[in-house]
Design a protein around this ligand. Structure first.
Ligand code: SF4
Length: 290
């Protein structure tokens, strides 16, 4: 909305400046406008394709008038100035009539609307590294929201959360929990990947955090499962995190949260799967899934 307002003001300022300038030209007795000498064309041999295909005879859009007699006189300068002011006023009135009075930015009520609001997000430097912004995917009203830390290379390529080998393992975990796709939402703390891979920086988390908060507000999950120490550290930066934090109930935006291992770590260390399963069983018990 502020963008529309500043566009109006800029347009009015430009029209006012142009009108004043034209009036000044008229007062100085200038009846013609100086025309800049067109740059001399440098002869070059035609490219082979040009020799074969003749150019279409379309007039250039910004062609200069053929002679000075076509340039505006002082009287027409004033007329142009008046018309510019009228035009700016009419644009301003049209924009005002199309805009609800004192409208506040709309609060997204669906994940799709939130994603649209995010657009080509440039709020943090991670936008420079990403291939795709990995927003999240799943049910509009899931029972569980799974939150990782940062998209992996597979997710960055596909634009889908938990793609690749980690996603396959997570899919098996969801099956074991007797969850259907309609009961789950998958996302991450930050939505863009850094190259090379690393933990998200605190400033990146701070910039992206409102997106996750809005996703949670819209989804209203019964439980959040946070996957991995990097995601937990990003979500709970004010707490001293230890290995014992895993498997203990916490809270995020008023929603019960269970931290457990990230599927990537479980692929590297299968011996941790048993402990992860115990964490997920606590979730199942809370949701009466077992
Ligand atoms: S990580 Fe979040 S804040 Fe940063 S560019 Fe991506 S969507 Fe925007």
């Amino acid at each position: 909305m502020s963008g529309v307002r500043s566009d109006e003001m800029l347009l009015q300022e430009l029209a006012g400046d142009l009108a004043a300038w034209l009036r000044r030209q008229s007062e100085l007795g200038l009846t013609t406008l100086a025309r800049r000498e067109a740059p001399r064309a440098v002869a070059r041999p035609p490219a082979p394709a040009e020799r074969q295909a003749p150019l279409p005879s379309v007039a250039p859009r910004h062609a200069a008038p053929a002679s000075t007699s076509e340039l505006p006189s002082a009287a027409s300068n004033e007329a142009v100035g008046r018309r510019m002011e009228e035009f700016a006023q009419s644009v301003s009135q049209t924009l005002s009539s199309n805009r609800p009075r004192d409208a506040a930015p709309q609060r997204a009520t669906t994940q799709a609307a939130l994603r649209a609001q995010l657009g080509d997000c440039q709020r943090c430097p991670l936008c420079d590294d990403r291939t795709n912004l990995v927003f999240g995917e799943g049910a509009e009203r899931p029972r569980i929201m799974f939150v990782g830390d940062m998209p992996t290379a597979d997710e960055d390529r596909s634009g889908l959360p938990f793609a690749g080998a980690e996603g396959e393992l997570l899919g098996k975990m969801l099956q074991a929990m007797k969850l259907t796709p309609e009961q789950v939402y998958l996302t991450s703390v930050v939505k863009c990947r850094s190259t090379p891979a690393r933990r998200p920086h605190p400033e990146e988390v701070r910039r992206c955090r409102p997106v996750l908060a809005a996703q949670i507000r819209i989804a209203q999950p019964e439980v959040i499962v946070v996957l991995g120490g990097a995601a937990l550290a990003a979500l709970k930066p004010d707490e001293t995190l230890t290995a014992e934090d895993r498997g203990k109930w916490m809270e995020l935006h008023g929603v019960p949260m269970m931290p457990t291992f990230h599927p990537t770590l479980l692929l590297q260390k299968p011996e941790l799967k048993k402990a992860a399963w115990q964490d997920l069983q606590q979730v199942m018990k809370r949701l009466a899934l077992s």
